[in-house]
Design a protein around this ligand. Structure first.
Ligand code: AHM
Ligand code: MG
Length: 334
């Protein structure tokens, strides 16, 4: 059988009545094209002079890497002219990006973290792009941040691209999770992982252990129980991984199971975690749920939270259902 490229896959989904509107298909293809360009840049690294600091900061007070800025520009440039979008928002920009007047506007809103885990780029460890697509509320011509503040259940599509030993685009538009590997010789994403599923139970967890002293009681309890191993209350030995790149972490979990945690902690009481709901928590929660896993902030489904700000942070617990349910129970019981 011939290979199914991303374009072919999306066109075939569009033909299946009602599952994928043509405008959304075009938009996903365009995001995929931008990710290809990012992948080639990531791959060239020092050869293209794109490693290191940009010398600027973003709205979150984080120093930007050159590649953060390059990836953001690739996504803006690729998506502004196609006619599918009403506006875009990014981790790297304080306010929504409006579609320039010379281009037609469409009905969707696109949000992205252009280069997640970018502290890894200089040490040649996996990074990624995360994106989330919403419908622009009706009657809004010039979307401000309020238009974006919809709960994750309203997402019409979400995905990530992991730039690792292989570049893979993993995608959902609400009917399962589909994984495509970039074939560099042909320049196309090819369907390699159909109907990806997170195993229900696991013996692998991911958390930044160096923050342990700042955690809240339910997280301490849960990690202590895992560390106690076979003779502890959970009755099994666990293994730990921490890549410091959420995309790589989620990709591992979707492939072989596990739980990923970035809890709220006491370092900064004003911040409910490190990760941002709109372009990290929501898209990853949508993908993980579509793959049969679960995602909560310790108390409720991430997808049901009403966001209050474009760059709002939340606690994230996602992955294999049994484990996410356990840590959520521990939060509710306290
Ligand atoms: P970024 O979007 O600025 O790259 O930050 C998000 C990243 C996640 O990919 C990762 O899970 C986390 O930050 C790592 O944090 P830490 O530095 O605490 O290990
Ligand atoms: Mg990020």
């Amino acid at each position: 059988m011939s290979r199914i490229t991303l374009s072919r896959f999306l066109i075939e989904q569009q033909r299946k009545a009602g599952t994928l509107p043509p405008e959304l298909r075009l938009l996903i293809e365009t995001v995929g094209r931008a990710c290809k360009a990012i992948s080639y840049s990531v791959n060239k690294g020092a050869l293209a002079g794109i490693l290191g600091e940009a010398g600027t900061g973003n709205i979150q007070g984080e120093a930007q890497k050159k590649l953060d800025v390059i990836a953001n520009d690739f996504l803006l440039d690729a998506n502004e002219w196609g006619g599918s979008l009403a506006a875009m928002a990014s981790e790297e920009m304080e306010l929504p990006y409006h579609i320039p007047g010379e281009y037609p506007k469409g009905e969707y809103l696109l949000m992205f973290d252009p280069l997640d885990g970018s502290s890894n780029i200089d040490v040649n460890i996996s990074v990624g792009t995360i994106f989330s697509i919403l419908r622009c509320p009706e009657g809004i011509d010039h979307p401000t941040q309020e238009a974006f503040l919809q709960p994750g259940t309203k997402q019409v599509a979400a995905g990530y691209t992991v730039y690792g030993p292989q570049t893979m685009l993993v995608l959902t538009f609400g009917s399962g999770v589909h994984g495509f590997t970039l074939d560099r010789e042909h320049g196309s994403f090819v369907l390699t992982h159909s109907d990806m599923q997170v195993p229900e139970s696991t013996q692998e967890f991911a958390i930044n252990m160096s923050n342990m002293r700042h955690w809240e009681a339910p997280v301490k309890r849960y990690v202590d129980e895992m560390l106690a191993g076979k003779t502890g209350p959970l009755g099994k030995d666990y293994n730990m991984r921490w890549v410091a790149s959420m995309v790589a972490e989620v990709h591992r979990i979707i492939t072989r199971g596990g739980i990923f945690m970035y809890p709220k902690d006491a370092r900064d009481p004003d911040k409910a975690g490190k990760l941002r709901i709109m372009y990290e928590g929501n898209p990853m929660a949508f993908i993980i749920e579509q793959a049969g896993g679960a995602a909560t902030n310790g108390y409720q489904r991430i997808l049901e939270i009403q966001p209050q700000g474009l760059h709002e942070r939340i606690a994230v617990f996602l992955g294999s259902k049994e484990e996410v349910e356990r840590i959520t129970r521990y939060h509710q019981e306290q």
